[in-house]
Design a protein around this ligand. Sequence first.
Ligand code: DWN
Length: 412
Amino acid sequence: MAENCRICNTLLTKFLSLGEMPIANAFLSKCEIDEEEYTYELAAGFCEDCKMVQLLEVPPQEKYLVPQEDEGNRYLYFASTSEHMVEHFSTFADEVTERFLSDDPRIVEIGSNDGIFLKNFSDDVDVLGIEPANNVAEVARERGVESINEFFSTDVAERIVEEHGDVDVVFGANTILNIPDLHDLMDGIDTMIRKDGVFVMEDPHMLEILKKTAFDQFYDEHLYYFSVASITNLVRMYDMEIFDVKKQPTHGGSLRIFIQRSNGPYQVSDRVRAVRSEEERAGISDAETYRAFSDRVQEIRDELLAFINAAVDDGKRVVGYGASSKGNIVLNYCSLGADVLEYIVDNTPAKQGTYTPGMHVPVVAPELFREDYPDYALLLAWNHAEEIMEKEAEFIEAGGEFVRYIPELEVL
Ligand code: DWN
């Protein structure tokens, strides 16, 4: 378990432990549920020097990118399962085309998943996805997105520049936080982007995690929880700077951060200072803020358990909605199993018919939910609440109720 910051080597201040956890995305087949599952201590620390919030123990990536018998590996998250996310990346592709592409346009995406972003560019733009999950990259290729099956590294960056040339834009959405060695990442970015090139990263924003007490963002895949404060310190080590930031509603509150070489062509937007000030007012640089966060996490658990136990005692039927990685953290941290949650609804075919890691709640298709509505549906994918509630309007009309626990317990 790391005691020192992976960015600047300062001793970390541990502030959160959610106990022994299975891998959040390691859904099990029926014959696997009797086997022992890999677990680790899910704990996080804060660096009082460079302000980076990070996981203390980093489980091996093969635990969620599961090796397959026929070689390769398999990952169970397909970004295009959400129509809102499809729209979100299409809009950003338009912005990239307008703001950042040169006459010899070239884009690389780190963690390109099923091609949700890169598929939006016209044929005259040279796009390349880097996606370590074989099954997910295959879907991207079917959509016409050239994808290489590797983890990003400086070596990969050098090869890309040799084979394709340097690039206008490197983008990573919900991926940069997964990369253990951010120094190697930054070396790779430095290798790939042109003199006037940009690096854009988009990940859950630590400010929003604090505001919403979104403790379920902490899990094995998410090694870092970024802020303008921490990323400013990281990119400065590579003679780069943040020139713009844009808040995004996705994944519970994300921040899109635009980075260029120091004194690059883009003027530094006022938004950078505004978000940085907001972070400071919220105590992002103060260890006490994180200790208070940890206390609020326990309060949410107590309230959620009290609600579910009362509902079950009252003879109500409760299910989960959205077999998200985040949901599995909540189920395990609160010990919510199949004795209280009948099943979890999910529209990802690869998850249907499996059991959740640790608590072994069965995952079913939405059709089963619609056949015989329960009383309550716990929004385990609370970040998609609007989209899910739109799709399941009939459940609400039939008297069913959605329940959310982030930012606080609420029957919707
Ligand atoms: O950071 C990550 C994000 C981007 O995706 C990864 N580490 C892994 C994954 O996290 P997650 O599993 O918590 O993501 P979501 O998007 O919150 O998962 C939502 C789940 O809900 C998916 O399994 C799909 C499902 N879903 C559904 O059943 N009906 C989603 C929508 C929108 C729906 O209408």
